[in-house]
Design a protein around this ligand. Structure first.
Ligand code: ZN
Length: 514
């Protein structure tokens, strides 16, 4: 009998893997088209490319929600827990594959096809309208679009009636397991920690960051950034860097995880730290166990865990003093006229300057979280119905004044600032950025305990031990564990703010003599 069960199980699991591989290959092929669209495609290709990508997306959705896939998963679920199958071990790759494939299938089938179509159609038009309206400060045009987006976001969330909060299904889409009930208190605690820290820094003399606002030719910037990420462990045999308007990382398969960046010849930090940030995302993807490639387990587990890694390599490592003790003489050699007479401390303070500002993507490490908290709160209030779209621009300005002490003179840098609500649904789009910072605090505290001389290693550009620790504990597992699972496995407890607070207090206390 056991032999029969095993044979049935084996043929079902191999059929599952075949089906999932086909879905994966179609989706990654679409990613190649998207990468090309953002890097090298001539403008004339736009219309045909949009059609081709929509065709593939339709095929992916049809295969992802195929009832035959659902039936196969049900059959396999009945084997999980049965003895003598690989899936009986709940930590095995097969058990994780079945769990994650079931989750993806449930999410793909929960939303009626007509609603999916309506959303895709509306978002496409909303995005084009926003691209024109934002530079013209034209909120009036966008208001009806956003009202429709809010209605669609609610209808999407209502497909998950078991959710405790209306934003939860949207959050769960990018940060599995996270809920408003988990995030709200931790963001409130973070805000009450940051407010006095930002005030204390503002009371100090303003940092002179002019050294990084000089002319830095692109070719040297490019070479310097690539040399640094090569030291980090970014493998150029399995990746490459190109230029785009908005930097991103994309994984086509285990052997091809690419990054993009952008350069500003009058501001050194823009391109350099975009490269380090995207390389952090890529190190995560490159570190996933090769055996998981082509399956739903073969990618980073959530937006938050992904950001924890991009921010670790960009900020925790890339803006640290030990790292620049090693690299600053090299940077001076690359830019002798600009930096030859600037000392390390001046440069280190410049790249870590804290100043409340209007634009999220340009914000420093400390105030960045306040930008995210504002958006998260507004999203929840919109979905709850306690804030209307009509009142959103005012609420935006008021919250910026209250949390950051600054207010945009217009809506271009206010409510029209980010693409997220205009190129997607409202809800679930922002929390991952700050969850990532908080998780990075917990993960890096654990790494520092395991590897006590991390700073000395960074001083010698030796990143292999940190990279190996992160690979062992996080990267290699792909989606086998959720963010909350990783935190539990690594720290033995729940998500906690204390290590991140300690990191900010130590670093900025030293920089600003607090
Ligand atoms: Zn990122």
């Amino acid at each position: 009998m056991r032999v029969v069960v095993n044979t049935l199980y084996k043929s079902a699991i191999s059929e599952l893997k075949e089906r999932l591989l086909e879905i994966n290959d179609l989706a990654r092929a679409n990613d190649v088209l998207e990468w090309d669209q953002a890097t090298y495609m001539p403008p004339g290709g736009a219309e045909g490319r949009a059609r081709q990508m929509a065709t593939i997306a339709k095929l992916v959705h049809a295969r992802s929600s195929d009832p035959a896939l659902g039936a196969l998963l049900s059959q396999l679920q009945s084997h999980t827990g049965a003895p003598a199958t690989d899936a009986a071990d709940s930590n095995s790759d097969d058990a994780a594959l079945i769990r994650v494939a079931q989750r993806d299938y449930d999410r793909a089938t929960r939303i009626p096809t007509e609603l999916m179509g309506e959303i895709a159609n509306h978002i496409g038009r909303s995005y084009s309208a926003w691209a024109e309206a934002r530079p013209k400060n034209d909120w009036a045009t966008m208001r009806p679009y956003l009202e429709k987006t809010l209605e669609l976001s609610r209808r999407y969330a209502e497909c998950f009636p078991e959710a405790a909060h209306i934003a939860d299904p949207l959050i769960d889409g990018s940060d599995e397991g996270m809920t408003v009930a988990i995030i709200r208190p931790i963001f409130a605690e973070l805000r009450s920690f940051l407010a006095p820290l930002v005030q204390a820094i503002a009371a100090k003399p303003e940092t002179d960051a002019s050294c990084i606002f000089q002319h830095f030719p692109e070719a040297q910037q490019w070479a310097f950034g690539e040399a640094m990420i090569r030291d980090y462990g970014y493998d150029f045999n399995r990746g490459r860097q190109d230029k785009t308007h908005h930097p991103f990382m994309t994984r086509f398969n285990w052997g091809d995880c690419r990054i993009t960046t952008r350069f500003n010849e009058d501001y050194l930090a823009e391109g350099l730290f975009a490269t380090l940030h995207e390389a952090g995302h890529a190190l995560y993807e490159m570190g996933i166990d090769r055996n998981l490639d082509g399956t739903p387990l073969g990618e980073g587990t959530s937006a938050g865990v992904h950001e924890s890694q991009s921010r670790t390599w960009e900020n925790v490592v890339g803006r640290s003093l030990p790292v620049w003790e090693h690299y600053y003489p090299k940077l001076q050699a690359a830019f002798p006229e600009q930096l030859g007479k600037v000392d390390l401390e001046t440069y280190y303070h410049a790249i870590n300057k804290v100043q409340p500002s209007l634009i999220r993507v340009e914000a420093d490490e400390v105030t960045y979280n306040l930008h995210v908290i504002i958006r998260f709160e507004l999203e929840c209030e919109l979905l709850e119905g306690t804030l209307s779209i009509a009142d959103l621009p005012e609420a935006w300005h008021a919250r910026y004044q209250e949390y950051l002490g600054v207010s945009a003179p217009n809506d271009t840098d206010g409510v029209l600032q980010d693409v997220h609500w205009y190129g997607g649904l409202i809800g679930g789009a922002f929390q991952g950025y700050t969850l990532g910072n908080i998780m990075a605090g917990q993960f890096n505290a654990a790494a520092s305990q395991a590897i006590p001389d991390l700073a000395d290693q960074w001083r010698q550009a030796n990143f292999a031990p940190l990279h190996a620790w992160l690979s062992e504990n996080i990267y290699r597992h792909g989606r086998k564990y959720t963010a909350l699972d990783f935190i539990q496995r690594i720290t033995g407890g729940p998500i906690q703010l204390a290590p991140y607070k300690e990191y900010l207090t130590n670093k900025y206390g030293a920089i600003y003599n607090l």
